[in-house]
Design a binder for this molecule. Sequence first.
Ligand code: 5GP
Length: 203
Amino acid sequence: MAPADHRLPTDTDNGLLLIISGPSGVGKTTITRGVERSIPDAVFSVSWTTRAKTDADVEGVDYHFVTDEAFEAKKAAGGFLETAGVYGKKYGTPSDWVVEQLKRGRLVILEIDVQGAIQVKRKVPEAFAIFILPPTEDELLKRLRERKRESEDQIQKRFAAARREIAAARDSGVYDAFLVNADLDATIREAVRAVERARRAVR
Ligand code: 5GP
C-alpha cells in the first residue's frame, strides 16, 4: 500500500467520518451495510473485539476477533481511535486505517456505541453521527423476540440496555440525526441523504 502521505489519483479532499449507533434489534447493521453499498466511496471500519465469534460473524469482515492481551497491547500503543466495554467485552476502532482512509477522501463508517461516539466526536468534531431509533419501545421488544437468539431473560436484559442506550444517546449531545427505523429501505435512503448533506457542508 502507498504511504499515507503519497497522494493517489483517486484521492479527494472529501473524507468524512460517519458514526452509526443504535440499540441492538433496531436494524443498525443492515442500515450500516445499506449505506455502505449506496455510497460509492464508503468503507466500513472493522473493529477489534475480545468477544467470541459466532457462526454469523466473518473474521476480518464483521470484526477482528482478538485475545485480551492483543487488544490491551494495541491500546497501550495508542492504536485505537476509541474503545468501549460492552457486555463485559472490549471493542475498539483501529486508528491508523481510519486516518489513512480519511486522507484518501473516503466516507469511513464506524458502527459503534454511544461511549465510542462520545470519544470520536471529542477527537474529530466534524464527524457526522446518526442514531437509529425503533418506531416504539414495544416494536423493539417484538424485534428482539423475533430474532429468537436468546432466552426471555436475556431479551429483557437487552431491552433494558437498549432503553438506557437511547437515553444516553439523547443526553450525550453528540448525535447530528436521530432516524426512526420504521422501514429499512426508507431509513437507508434517509441516512444517505443526511450524509450527502453533511459532506456538502464540510467541503
Ligand atoms: P455486537 O457484539 O452485538 O456485534 O456489538 C455490540 C455493541 O458494540 C453494538 O452496539 C456495536 O455497535 C458496538 N461496537 C462494535 N464495535 C465497536 C467499536 O469498535 N467501538 C465501540 N465503541 N462500540 C462498538
